[in-house]
Design a protein. Structure first.
Length: 373
């Protein structure tokens, strides 16, 4: 199966993705009679993620977006399957590779690219690390680079949701490395003690930068850690978008019904380096590259769509071309948008301007010749 980036082994041999184990009848039972449209939508989003990686990694290497970019290749099914299973009122606390969650929930692609270029149309006006996007309009809190911090924040958000009696649950994404942080323990324990409406999604890509998961924990599954905090944990295949969608939907319904928090471990295979400034992980175990190709979530879905006749090759190629064009237009618009004006240094800092800020602005204005350029 050939997808963006190709599917050949380190020795140049073709590698086929593991077929998803579903018949049309089973897909109808799991997803409903409209399963073809559901999976076509999932494919469009997953392909967007894969192609964005290709474009944005190239742009970052050219110094056009930066200072870094965290690719999500290999994580597409966890992003899309989870996002499609959640509801509008849910709050999302992402980690580093959940860009697609924001887009699936309704963040405009142009808004996303403006953020990456930190230009005048960037929501944060260049004050945030460009890759750490946020989208208030879809309840998507800023992505977190300080590992594990979002876990305890998500627990607090879930407490607030219940206190205020509002709809929705809170969802926290984090990687396997975050399970070794104090915030993981604090957040999980707080959620368990107070029986909070929060769903924890541990996306285990088996590498915390260069540390393999077997050196991260002695447990056979991250999901087992939930038992220590008094709630359920389930381990699932994070490269199977259908399993991700159905299990996240089921877990979300249980959490929303008042059954307390839950932990899902979604096992994926990191297909790239940690982030764009890094070199690919050294000392990978023999056969790792081939393993990532066998478990490539996009290739697995493509094979299923082809086998079931839901989306033949010609239709997929049309979708690919339209997606490439959409990305190019979005990037081109962001590239020609000017940076934030110097006057923005003094905006959005205080609700009401106070005298030091006023004096600073007046001084700046005088030094600029009586006006902002």
């Amino acid at each position: 199966m050939t997808v963006a980036g190709g599917s050949t082994s380190a020795h140049g041999q073709p590698v086929s993705a593991m077929p998803l184990p579903y018949s049309p009848e089973e897909l109808a039972r799991l997803l409903g009679e409209d399963w073809k449209n559901l999976l076509t939508s999932a494919y469009r989003w997953m392909l967007l993620g894969r192609l964005l990686d290709s474009h944005l990694l190239a742009l970052q290497r050219q110094g056009l977006v930066g200072p870094s970019y965290s690719p999500l290749s290999g994580h597409e099914a966890t992003n899309v399957g989870a996002a499609m299973a959640l509801l509008k009122d849910d709050w999302i606390f992402p980690s580093l590779r959940e860009q697609l969650v924001a887009l699936v929930r309704g963040m405009e692609l142009t808004t996303y690219t403006h953020s990456l270029f930190a230009n005048a149309l960037d929501h944060s006006l260049g004050r945030q690390v460009p890759k750490l996007i946020s989208a208030r309009e879809v309840n998507y809190v800023s992505m977190a680079s300080d590992i594990g911090a979002q876990i305890i924040q998500a627990a607090g958000c879930a407490y607030a949701q219940r206190y205020k009696k509002v709809n929705g649950i809170t969802v926290a994404f984090f990687g396997d490395g975050a399970t070794s942080t104090g915030d993981f323990h604090s957040g999980m324990n707080f959620a368990g003690v107070y029986h909070l409406p929060v769903l924890f999604l541990c996306v285990n890509n088996q590498w915390a930068i260069s540390l393999p998961v077997e050196k991260q924990t002695a447990m056979s599954a991250m999901a087992e850690k939930a038992k220590a905090y008094g709630f359920k944990g389930i381990k699932i295949d994070g490269t199977d978008v259908i399993q991700v969608y159905t299990e996240v939907k089921k877990a979300r319904e249980a959490v929303a019904a008042g059954e307390g928090p839950a932990l899902l471990e979604l096992v994926v295979y990191r297909m790239t380096h940690q982030s764009s400034p890094d070199e690919p992980v050294h000392d990978l175990p023999q056969g790792w590259v081939e393993k990532t190709m066998i478990h490539d979530p996009l290739a697995r879905l493509e094979e299923l769509l082809e086998r079931t006749g839901a989306l033949p090759l010609a239709s997929r190629e049309t979708i690919r071309k339209a997606t490439e064009d959409r990305i190019r237009r979005s990037v081109a618009e962001a590239q020609v948008t000017p940076p934030p004006g110097p006057e923005t240094l003094f905006t959005d800092t205080m609700k009401e301007a106070y005298w030091p800020l006023t004096e600073e602005r007046e001084t700046f204005d005088r030094e600029q010749g009586g006006h902002f350029p």
